[in-house]
Structure formats: C-alpha cells, structure tokens
Design a protein around this ligand. Structure first.
Ligand SMILES: C[S@@+](CC[C@H](N)C(=O)[O-])C[C@H]1O[C@@H](n2cnc3c(N)ncnc32)[C@H](O)[C@@H]1O
Length: 170
C-alpha cells in the first residue's frame, strides 16, 4: 500500500520494504532513522547506519530488555536497586549511555536528549550520531567504553557485538 501511494504521487525514489532491520540490505546510506524500534532492534539499526556509512543516525529507543537481567552494579547500589522502577530506569540509562559511547568510538559525535514531552511518551530519549570529519583518540574512547561496561558488570551487548567491539579484552 505504501509503495502504491508513493507511485501515485510520482515519488520514484521512495520505496518501502517490509522485514526486519537485520535482514535489510543497505549498501549506502545518508540518514538512518529508527523510532521506538523494540529492544535490540535499535542496536541493529544503529549498526546498519554505521556499517552503511550514514552521515546522520537518529534513534529513539524503546523497551530496554537486553541488559536489565545482566547488570551487576557495585554492591553500594544494591539497596537502591531493590526498587523495580529504579532497576528499569538504570537499565535504560546504561543501555543508552553505552550506545552513545559506542557511536563515539565508531566515529560519530553523539548527543542524547529528550525530543518530546513526557506527557506524550516516557520513551522520549533520542540518540543522535553525526559522522565526524576529524580523527579522534579511538583507543581512549575504547578504554572509556570498557571502563563503563566493567562498572556495571556488562560483558556483552548487542551493538558492541554488531560493531565487533569487545567489551572485555581477551
Ligand atoms: C513500539 S513500535 C514503534 C512503531 C513506530 N515507529 C512508532 O514510533 O510509533 C516498534 C516497532 O518496531 C518493529 N520492530 C521490532 N523489531 C524489529 C526488527 N528487528 N526490525 C524491524 N522492525 C522491528 C515492530 O514491528 C514495531 O512495529
């Protein structure tokens, strides 16, 4: 139906395809947008954008499931994390902070901000990556990512895996 509407409006360069982001082949890309892609689908979308050389990556993540059961924060946080809502928010914070840090490592300037009021949705965080034109100290960025992951006891994460970044050095 979307393709029919595009054709009716003579938008010859606009094409819609149904499928998962993993199974979608993207050779070259200018802009990658993923709005509320479930759980690790956001990681898959970011990875596709990076691998296809997108200049701009915009994602609004949703339902952060992957890391929540894997987080092993320092014991001092134990009493605070007895509360389910705080565990959930911590998982969101850690997941999105890690995504932004991995984008930085992958050559993007990353920003994380609220794009809409919480009256509309609590899932109102946007991560934006803008491809850098200048070199950065990737070793230092890698060290920061690993230090952050180690603080929370994270040994693997979807985007890190997709980008071939080892959170724990062998
Ligand atoms: C919460 S809805 C968001 C829909 C819409 N973008 C919005 O903001 O209203 C999540 C959407 O992501 C799609 N989705 C989940 N996993 C996906 C994947 N691996 N690849 C592509 N789409 C996926 C689901 O089918 C669903 O349509």
């Amino acid at each position: 139906m979307c393709n029919r509407v595009a054709a009716e409006n003579r938008l010859a360069e606009l094409r819609f395809e149904a499928g998962t982001i993993e199974s979608t082949s993207l050779d070259r890309l200018d802009v990658l947008v993923a709005l509320h892609a479930c759980d690790t689908a956001t990681d898959d979308a970011i990875a596709k954008g990076v691998q296809a050389g997108a200049s701009l990556i915009l994602v609004a993540p949703c339902c952060h499931q992957e890391l929540r059961p894997r987080l092993r924060p320092p014991p001092v946080l134990g009493p605070a994390l007895r509360h389910g809502i705080l565990r959930e928010r911590q998982a969101e914070f850690v997941t999105d902070a890690l995504r932004a840090a991995l984008l930085e490592w992958a050559g993007y300037g990353a920003k994380v901000f609220e794009f809409i009021s919480t009256e509309h949705t609590a899932k109102n965080v946007m991560i934006v990556g803008v491809k850098r034109t200048r070199e950065t100290d990737r070793e230092e960025l890698a060290r920061q990512v690993r230090e952050f992951a180690a603080f929370y006891g994270i040994r693997s994460q979807r985007l890190a895996g997709q980008l071939g970044f080892k959170l724990v050095e062998a």
